[in-house]
Structure formats: structure tokens, C-alpha cells
Design a protein around this ligand. Structure first.
Ligand SMILES: Cc1cc2nc3c(=O)[nH]c(=O)nc-3n(C[C@H](O)[C@H](O)[C@H](O)COP(=O)(O)O)c2cc1C
Length: 483
């Protein structure tokens, strides 16, 4: 059933990358992944990161629930020494779905319990948590807030794709923008959230600037008037303000940031069935609402501003950068190259290996621009059993500080421990990028307005029945048969 991933050896993978015009290496062994790295005054025990992965399984009040606790225990026991906790909203208005975690006084003690459970399971499984970094990603969903879109700028391509569920209308140029005062109030919310995050036991908070949520949209807000739009200085005002304030008001809390180094532009599917392929949405040139993109050609990456941002963040005291790309709603193939699209998605318009290599190359360029702080690379899961071999080569060559696994951590949360003990991943748990996790995330037909997500094929006992319920009784295709 595999469409693209047909490699028996890493040499075949590397050869195919070369044929596609990409540069990819795979190390013979994984040793480089198990070397420590200094971040601030912490010696982090290995180079493996569990990327932020929302489970969409909190309570309506934003507290972690049974499945959330379970996920963090499994992540903790898994052996990765950088656990980048998922998107956690700084306000109810900024939540992406009604089950997204939300940090506030009423959820603090449950979040504390969740983080403590993660640490404890790490200690139990790995013997030591002094070299573990564990934190949360603080977010405001902006345009993708589920109660109503809260937009920083009008994006001529994204606005007509953005639905205001309160009235069923798509956005147009008459839709009100967040005012500068609104943004200042949201800055206050980030500072308050960071204070609570420290209290509940976070080693770090990530100030999320990716995937076209609010802070990511601000980076691209070239057409926005006022203090937060137009020039690069204005577009980075929000992040600069909150970094300065959190450093002053929450001493001792490590700050990190996941940011989009390339937004791309929205795609839509065209054709039917297997030929429903992604094509770029119609757009005028020059592009005025995309970060890291050449204004005359959306496929051309322009890293001048992302590199300036990386240096600015490093200089202002950010201690780890996590580089990602794209928009999960508008160009999912850019964010997470996949073998199969989610139910609502289009088939990949490019070989997924090209998408993976784009992520690797851009992360390398950012790491080279800020060699003194580690960068986490994203988009490795499609590489399946070779993901860690490619990651090990990248660490060895100083192209990256940490290798981040997203979807692969849902199917194989103990990938780090297993890889350290056996030199490879467990074949029966390797993510095949079937997109079941995204499918669940997109399904809102649940009494709480959101299905929880996880890995139906490989965490079958828990997510098999959830998938069935979400799909009107239809089960998953047997994972090993799809193999
Ligand atoms: C179910 C699901 C939940 C995700 N949640 C988040 C999130 O909370 N924050 C974030 O920055 N990215 C999130 N992502 C994106 C991943 O962190 C990652 O960037 C992406 O899946 C590509 O990496 P991979 O190839 O290792 O999966 C999510 C992706 C999926 C599929």
C-alpha cells in the first residue's frame, strides 16, 4: 500500500533523496543521539525531543484528563530528555478547540500533577530526571480560536478559508482585527501564564510562534497598521515584549520558542479520489502575508527574516529554538509530510521526502545562524525506521541540536529508550504516517465538541475504539497489512 516509502535500507533512502535533488545523510549508528548537550545550566541527557503533540483530550475547563495523564506518563517513561509539552492556551478565547489545555488558576494543580507524573515515570524508567527538560507550549490560537477567529491581519488567501463558526461566514476584509490594545492584553495573558507555568513545575515555556496561530500570524503581518504590523521591528514587537517581561517577572524560567521559518501559502485539493491532489490556492503577487517566503514565488524559501528572528530571540535570552514550517489547516503537506492524507485532506502534491528535506535544510540554516543555542528539527516521522539514523547524522554534523519526533512519538512513545537499548526502533510501533491522528483531531462530532487524538493503529486498545466511534463504527485498516 505504500505510495512513496519503499526503502529497505537507509542507502536506498539517501539515493532517492539525491535523485529528488535533496541532500540527506543517514548515520550507521545512533551514538550521537545519546550525547548530552548544555542548555543554560542544565546538561540535557540526550538529543531526542518529543515534539508538542496536542491530544485534544482535556476537560472543557482546560484541565488534563485521563488520556492526557496517560500520554505524559508514557512520554516520561520513553527516555527522550527534552519533552516539549503540547499547545496550552493562555486564555479560553485563545483555545483552538474546547478540549485544548488552558493554563489558569483553576487548572494549575491538575497541570502540576500531569508534569509531576511525567517526571516520576521518567525517573522510574530512566533512573534520573536531573538531565530532563520538561515544559509547556504557551499558545494563543488567533485566527484558529474555536470560539471565534481573532485575527492580527487580513490575509487575502487565508481569510476566505477561515470560518467564523458563530455565524457560518467566511472572513473578509470587513472582519475586525485585534486592536493594539487587545494585543497588549494578550501579552499580559502570556506573562500570567508563564508565572503559573513556573509554579506548576515547568522547566521551560515555549512562546509558540508557528503554524499561523496568533504569534505566527503577527510575524507575517506586513499589511497590519499600528505598532504590531508593517516593518520587522513592529512584527516582532509582541514576542520581544513578552520575552523581556517574562525574563524580568519570572526569573529562573527557561524560555524557548517554536517558530515558523517558512509559512508557504494555502493549498486546496483538486480532482477526485486518489487524484485529489493539493494545488496552491490562487494568489496575487507579490505575496504580502507570508513569513519566510519569497514575495514573488511561494515555493522559494527566503530565510533573511527568519534568521534575523532567530538571532533576535537568541540575543534576548531564548535558550532553544524549534524550527517548523507551514499551516496544518492550509498546507498540511508542508508541516507534516505524510504517506496518506487525513480524511479531509488532499494527496501530497510533492514527494514527501522533498517535504522532509525542506524541513531539514531550513532547520540546518537556522542552526548555523545561531550555533550557540540548540535548534530542534521537525518533520522526521515520515522517515519511519530511518528517522533516527538521519537525525543522528544531522547531530553528528552539527546541523541540529535535537531531533524532534511528533507523530512517531504517539505510536512509539518509548522510541528513545528502545533505540538506546537496541540500536533501532521497534518495527511494530513505527509511525507509518497514515494520518489517523490528524483525522481524529479534525473530528468535532463528539459530545464535548472534539475527539481525543492518539495513534489508532499502534495504540490500538485505547484509540482503536475511539477511531471506530468517530467513524460511525468503521474500524481501522490493520496496520501491519498496510505496512
Ligand atoms: C495530532 C497532532 C497534534 C499536534 N500538536 C501540536 C502542538 O500542540 N503544537 C505544535 O507546535 N505542533 C503540533 N503538531 C505538529 C507536530 O509537533 C510536528 O511538527 C509535525 O507532526 C511534524 O513532525 P513529525 O513528522 O515528527 O510528525 C501536532 C501534530 C499532530 C499530528
Amino acid at each position: 500500500m505504500a505510495r512513496y516509502f519503499k526503502y529497505k535500507t537507509s542507502a536506498e533512502l539517501v539515493a532517492d533523496a539525491t535523485e529528488l535533488g535533496c541532500n540527506l545523510d543517514a548515520a550507521e549508528n545512533l551514538d550521537s543521539l545519546f550525547t548530552p548537550v548544555s542548555v543554560g545550566n542544565v546538561q540535557v541527557g540526550n538529543r531526542l525531543c518529543i515534539q508538542p503533540m496536542e491530544g485534544c483530550d482535556g476537560t472543557l475547563a482546560g484541565l488534563p484528563d485521563e488520556l492526557t495523564f496517560r500520554r505524559y506518563q508514557r512520554f516520561g517513561a520513553g527516555g527522550a530528555k527534552l519533552i516539549w509539552g503540547e499547545a496550552t492556551a493562555v486564555s479560553d478565547a485563545g483555545r483552538m478547540n474546547p478540549r485544548q489545555l488552558w493554563i489558569h488558576e483553576g487548572s494549575a494543580s491538575a497541570l502540576e500533577q500531569m508534569l509531576a507524573g511525567c517526571r516520576l515515570s521518567h525517573r522510574d524508567a530512566c533512573g534520573n530526571d536531573g538531565d530532563l527538560l520538561l515544559g509547556l507550549q504557551l499558545t494563543h490560537s488567533g485566527r484558529y480560536s474555536f470560539r471565534k477567529p481573532l485575527v492580527a491581519m487580513h490575509d487575502p488567501i487565508l481569510d476566505p478559508l477561515t470560518l467564523d463558526k458563530s455565524n457560518g461566514q467566511r472572513l473578509d476584509s470587513s472582519y475586525p482585527l485585534l486592536s493594539d490594545d487587545d494585543l497588549r492584553r494578550i501579552e499580559d495573558q502570556f506573562v500570567a501564564a508563564a508565572k503559573l507555568a513556573k509554579k506548576v513545575g515547568c522547566d521551560f515555556v515555549d512562546l509558540k510562534q508557528c503554524h499561523r496561530y496568533l504569534l505566527s500570524e503577527l510575524l507575517a503581518s506586513k499589511t497590519r497598521p499600528g505598532d504590531y504590523g508593517g516593518c520587522f521591528e513592529n512584527r516582532t514587537r509582541f514576542i520581544r515584549n513578552i520575552v523581556t517581561r517574562i525574563r524580568a517577572e519570572v526569573p529562573g524560567l527557561m524560555l524557548v520558542s517554536r517558530f515558523n521559518a517558512y509559512d508557504g501559502i494555502p493549498y486546496r485539493g483538486e480532482g477526485t479520489g486518489e487524484d485529489f491532489i493539493g494545488v496552491p490556492c490562487r494568489h496575487d503577487l507579490p505575496l504580502e502575508a507570508a513569513f519566510g517566503v519569497h514575495p514573488e514565488n511561494h515555493l522559494q524559501v527566503d530565510l533573511a527574516e527568519p534568521i534575523a528572528l532567530a538571532r533576535l530571540l537568541r540575543d534576548s535570552g531564548i535558550q532553544i529554538l524549534n524550527v517548523t514550517l507551514g499551516n496544518p489547516y492550509a498546507n498540511p503537506h508542508v508541516v507534516r509530510p505524510a504517506e496518506f492524507p487525513p480524511v479531509d485532506g488532499y494527496h501530497c502534491p510533492e514527494h514527501p521526502l522533498i517535504g522532509v528535506c525542506r524541513q531539514l535544510q531550513i532547520a540546518t540554516a537556522i542552526q548555523q545562524a545561531v550555533p550557540d543555542i540548540p535548534v530542534v528539527g521537525s518533520g522526521y516521522s515520515w522517515l519511519q525506521e530511518f528517522a533516527l539514523h538521519v537525525g543522528a547524522a544531522n547531530v553528528l554534523q552539527h546541523r541540529i541540536g535535537f531531533v524532534g519526533l511528533g507523530r512517531a512519538a504517539l505510536s512509539h512513545p518509548d522510541f528513545a529508550r528502545v533505540a538506546q537499548e537496541t540500536g533501532k526502533l521497534n518495527r511494530k510501533q513505527i509511525c507509518r504516517t497514515f494520518s489517523y491522528c490528524t483525522g481524529l483531531m479534525r473530528n468535532k462530532q463528539h459530545p464535548l465538541g472534539q475527539f481525543p487524538t492518539g495513534c489508532p493503529p499502534f495504540d490500538k486498545d485505547i484509540y482503536g475504539p475511539i477511531w471506530k466511534e468517530a467513524n460511525g463504527g468503521q474500524g481501522i485498516v490493520d496496520a501491519q497489512k498496510q505496512d
